[in-house]
Each structure stands twice: as structure tokens, then as C-alpha cells.
Design a protein around this ligand. Structure first.
Ligand code: DC
Length: 219
């Protein structure tokens, strides 16, 4: 691979997206939030009423899936069949459905090329669950970002619109997703052997980015 790829994996609410965005500005590269792709799949499943647990139905659905990213300033826009769906993919229902449907091997396979094609043409920071382990095992730098559940839930809660706020529910959903994402058979959430682990429980975003930059510049 001629491009420089940096991977950041970790559970929900660990700060991956904010860190990736800030780090990408400092390094002058793009960032790719791969969770948005899984959310895009979940959004379309929900909108089209797809019975995704049935393999034949899921496979037909995935054949017609047309997801891609457009970068506008420093924000990623998720396009599905020509339509901007960025603002519809952050609901608690879509979070849970993305976590459940991402365990399907067919879903992961369908999204693999989209991720690897971006990496072929651009230096990029990829954040997700299996970036360092499965999608980019040869990445130049790998990080695994984590934090205590209560802190992660509070961060997610603070980002939510008032009408769907319930801290207990946010924490409960996050716990279920942690289990789903780390215990599934295909590409479970876990640190790559050569990933640098960073606990962000007591760190600011700036401190996390600083740590990462030090590791990148030292290598
Ligand atoms: O990062 P996120 O919370 O937006 O991701 C939503 C779900 O998508 C997450 O619970 C699991 C799945 N996901 C995945 O399986 N692999 C990735 N690389 C990114 C996300």
C-alpha cells in the first residue's frame, strides 16, 4: 500500500471520531468513520423493512446497496443511492440495529471494498472496531482507544438532543453493544496485537491526540 493508513479501534463513546477528526487536521489527511457505513446499512434495513436475519433476503438487499462518503470541509457526508442520509443514522434504534446487523458476515464483506478503495487513493485515518485487526492489518500505526463505560455513556448522553435523553438507557444500550461488538464471531472488537492502547477515561481529546502524535512521530 502506498498510502499511509492509521487505524483507531475501540468501543462506542471512547472518543474515536473526535480524535480522528482532530488528528486528520494535524496530519493533513482524511478520516473515515466506518461505523457510519454500518449505520447506513442499518438505516436502509429499517427504511426498506428488510428481514435481514434471513440470509437470502440480506444478500439481495446488499447487492443493491449503494453507500459512499463525500467529504465536505472536515465533515463526512454519508450518501445512500445518491441521497444524503448523514442526519438519520445517529438514533438509538439505528445504533442497536447497526451493532446487531454488523455481526453478519455478508454485511462486513459488502463494506470491505468501500473501505479499502478509499485507502488506495488517500492517506487516511480509519476508525471502527476491526480496522487494525481485519481491514488494514498492515496499517502504519494502530491505536486502540477505550474508556470506562460510565464515562463513555456520559459523553454520548451529552451529544444527544434533549428529547431522547436518558443516561441510564444510554449506558444500558452501550453495554449491550459492547457485548455484541466484542463477542461476535466475525471481526470482533479487540485490539490488534501491535496496537497502542490508550485509556481515555481521564484524558481530554487534546491529550489523546498529543499521545498519538508522539507515537506517530517516534515511529
Ligand atoms: O462506531 P459506531 O458506534 O458508529 O458503530 C455502530 C456499530 O457499527 C457498532 O456498534 C458496531 C458496528 N461497527 C462494526 O462492526 N465495525 C466497524 N468497523 C465499525 C462499526
Amino acid at each position: 500500500m502506498d498510502t499511509r493508513i492509521i487505524t483507531i479501534d475501540g468501543p462506542a463513546g471512547a472518543g474515536k471520531t473526535t480524535v480522528s477528526r482532530m488528528l486528520s487536521k494535524k496530519l493533513g489527511c482524511v478520516y473515515v468513520d466506518t461505523g457510519a457505513l454500518y449505520r447506513g446499512v442499518a438505516y436502509e434495513i429499517q427504511k426498506q423493512g428488510i428481514d435481514w436475519e434471513k440470509d437470502e433476503i440480506l444478500e439481495i438487499f446488499l447487492k443493491h446497496l449503494d453507500l459512499n462518503f463525500v467529504m465536505e470541509k472536515d465533515l463526512l457526508i454519508l450518501i445512500s443511492s445518491g441521497r444524503d442520509i448523514t442526519n438519520f443514522i445517529r438514533t438509538p434504534e439505528i445504533s442497536m440495529l447497526a451493532s446487531a446487523s454488523s455481526a453478519k458476515v455478508q454485511v462486513r464483506a459488502a463494506l470491505l471494498d468501500i473501505q479499502r478503495n478509499i485507502a488506495k487513493i488517500k492517506d487516511a485515518i480509519f476508525e471502527g472496531r476491526d480496522m487494525g485487526t481485519m481491514v488494514f492489518p498492515d496499517a502504519a500505526h494502530k491505536f486502540f482507544l477505550f474508556a470506562d463505560l460510565s464515562v463513555r455513556a456520559k459523553r454520548r448522553y451529552d451529544e444527544m438532543p434533549d428529547e431522547i435523553k436518558d443516561i441510564k438507557q444510554v449506558q444500558e444500550d452501550m453495554k449491550i453493544r459492547d457485548v455484541n461488538d466484542s463477542q461476535r464471531k466475525t471481526a470482533p472488537l479487540m485490539p490488534a496485537e501491535d496496537a497502542i492502547k490508550i485509556d481515555s477515561t481521564f484524558l481530554t481529546i487534546e491529550q489523546v491526540v498529543e499521545k498519538m502524535l508522539k507515537c506517530i512521530n517516534k515511529a
